[in-house]
Design a binder for this molecule. Structure first.
Ligand SMILES: *[C@@H]1O[C@H](CO)[C@@H](O)[C@H](O)[C@H]1NC(C)=O
Ligand SMILES: *[C@@H]1O[C@H](CO)[C@@H](O)[C@H](O)[C@H]1NC(C)=O
Ligand SMILES: *[C@@H]1O[C@H](CO)[C@@H](O)[C@H](O)[C@H]1NC(C)=O
Length: 230
């Protein structure tokens, strides 16, 4: 008797399941909510920031990432998000502003959508993506957490362990990433990445990653004040 798994139909089904499986392993596994420390971002000579530079963490974006914590970019064909913006623009102005003078908020949001947002499709649509940004973007007060531990943005350096302990208060113990920028002799805090589940509902541990994100092995991190004081 012929065994069923040799039947061409089952071979075809097997192949279909395999290709479906590999497609889903390319898809995102969780979301990175990325906050920028503007004083560090605006040191970059290639960007011109709006003045005054906000003295608080600014939401950079919501970036889908795979199991290894790598963010996925330019995943699908892009389209204008202006229709969805009609409903959310006013809330986005408050929690997701462009730091750059050459980038209006709308241009910034469209750019972020094209590069990162398209990777949430088809699991989420544009509206849902923007809703997650509005709901989660205002939830974390990283500056308050750092100040509460006497970590002031005044250009001094602080033990990395103290910075991490302060931010863990805000993530309620969930692991996160810090990225840094080297400047003169210091390693400056640049961005904080908080991980959310794929639906953007709850904070999760960021997956283990040995990517030093510019911080190297530095045990001291500088928390820069306004440019004039660095
Ligand atoms: C995550 O993405 C990176 C870069 O695209 C890739 O090298 C890596 O294999 C991916 N990891 C998984 C688990 O898909
Ligand atoms: C977007 O997705 C949400 C569910 O996540 C759904 O309620 C809504 O109708 C969708 N909007 C559009 C324009 O498809
Ligand atoms: C920055 O603030 C910390 C904490 O209050 C303080 O210990 C440090 O001396 C200050 N550094 C400068 C350069 O003012």
């Amino acid at each position: 008797m012929k065994t069923s798994h040799h039947h061409p139909f089952y071979v075809l089904l097997f192949l279909l399941l395999c290709s479906y499986g590999s497609a889903s392993s390319n898809s995102y596994n969780h979301l990175l909510l990325v906050y920028t420390w503007p004083n560090t971002f605006c040191l970059d000579r290639s960007v011109t920031c709006k003045k005054p530079v906000p003295q608080n963490f600014a939401l950079h974006g919501l970036w889908p990432a795979n199991k290894s914590g790598k963010s996925l970019v330019y995943c699908s064909k892009t389209g204008s998000i202006s229709q969805a913006l009609q409903k959310y623009e006013r809330q986005l102005e408050i929690c997701w502003s462009s730091l750059r003078r050459d980038f209006t908020n709308r241009e910034f949001w469209q750019y972020q959508w094209n590069k990162h947002g398209t990777c949430v499709l088809p699991r989420m649509n544009v509206s849902r993506y923007l809703q997650v940004i509005i709901a989660q973007g205002r939830r974390f007060n990283l500056l308050r957490a750092l100040l509460s531990q006497n970590i002031m943005p005044n250009g001094s350096s602080y033990p990395r362990s103290s910075v991490e302990a302060a931010i863990l208060l805000e993530t309620r113990g969930q692991k996160f990433y810090i990225s840094c920028q080297n400047f003169r002799n210091g390693v400056l805090i640049k961005e904080i990445y908080i991980c959310l589940d794929a639906n953007g509902r709850k904070v999760i541990h960021c997956p283990y990653s040995n990517n030093p994100r510019g911080c190297g092995r530095s045990m001291k991190l500088v928390f820069p004040g306004p440019a004039s004081r660095i």
